[in-house]
Design a protein around this ligand. Structure first.
Ligand code: PXP
Length: 240
């Protein structure tokens, strides 16, 4: 069994292009659920470039599946999460000038701060995943500070080809094994699409894939129902 978390940030990106009310991310989320999404993922960025606070509140109320809130490890975000109570928080690094999340969290360099943030989220009874690169030292550090799960950054794998891509895939395979052996749940995401998802979905330790851009891009052309169900079928058939 492997779950699909559909990231709907870019539905909000289109809305924010005109700063109006359409398309409504919540509608997309509910349609994605009907098409087979096991959860909905949103990244509430510090600069609010796509998802807004109101979106998170409405999604929390109406979703039938799970809500994953991606956020930076800041006081403001911890407060919002503690109030809205997503099913899980995924802590990600954030830089204002980046187009998307460019690398994993450097857990090792921010042990004290991340420990405090995880503690605060646990106090609000919210499980925490850390978005990290597939590197053993980061995985061991994540376990040390009581992360419940890791989300392996698949960007390097997704952005390469051939032998280099196989090396990055191997890093992900080994990282998934290590994290699972340390008792953490293993998710993965970033840059996954209808072509490169199969090798990642085949990794038995991975429980969930979080996928946004490729699904929303396809949805513009074929509709969100077809886009989500095609991705879900591909993932499920990779596991057989
Ligand atoms: N996981 C995390 C932690 C992310 O930050 C993102 C991008 O918002 C994704 C998954 C999804 O990446 P993509 O949009 O490339 O599928």
């Amino acid at each position: 069994m492997i779950r699909l978390g559909v990231n709907i940030d870019h539905v909000a990106t289109v809305r924010e292009a005109r700063q109006g009310s359409s398309p409504e991310p919540t509608s997309a989320a509910l349609m994605a659920e009907l098409a087979g999404a096991d959860g909905i993922v949103v990244h509430l960025r510090e600069d609010r470039r796509h998802i807004q606070d109101r979106d998170v509140r409405i999604l929390r109320e109406v979703l039938q599946s799970r809500l994953c809130l991606e956020m930076a490890a800041t006081d403001e975000m911890v407060e919002i999460a503690s109030k809205t109570k997503p099913d899980v928080v995924s802590l990600v690094p954030e830089r204002r000038e980046e187009l998307t999340t460019e690398g994993g969290l450097d857990v090792l360099s921010h042990l004290d701060h991340l420990t405090k943030v995880i503690h605060a989220l646990h106090a609000a009874e919210i499980p925490v995943a850390l978005f990290i690169d597939p590197e053993p030292k980061q995985i061991k550090a994540a376990q040390k500070i009581a992360a419940d799960a890791i989300e392996i950054h698949t960007g390097r794998y997704a952005n390469t080809q051939g032998a280099l891509q196989r090396t990055h895939l191997n890093d992900i395979v080994e990282s998934a094994k290590l994290a699972a052996s340390l008792g953490m749940r293993v998710n993965a995401g970033h840059g996954l699409d209808y072509h490169n998802v199969v090798s990642i979905a085949q990794i038995p330790e991975i429980e969930e894939l979080n996928i946004g851009h490729s699904i929303i891009s396809r949805a513009v052309l074929v509709g969100i129902t077809a886009a989500v169900s095609e991705m879900k079928s591909l993932m499920m058939s990779s596991r057989r």
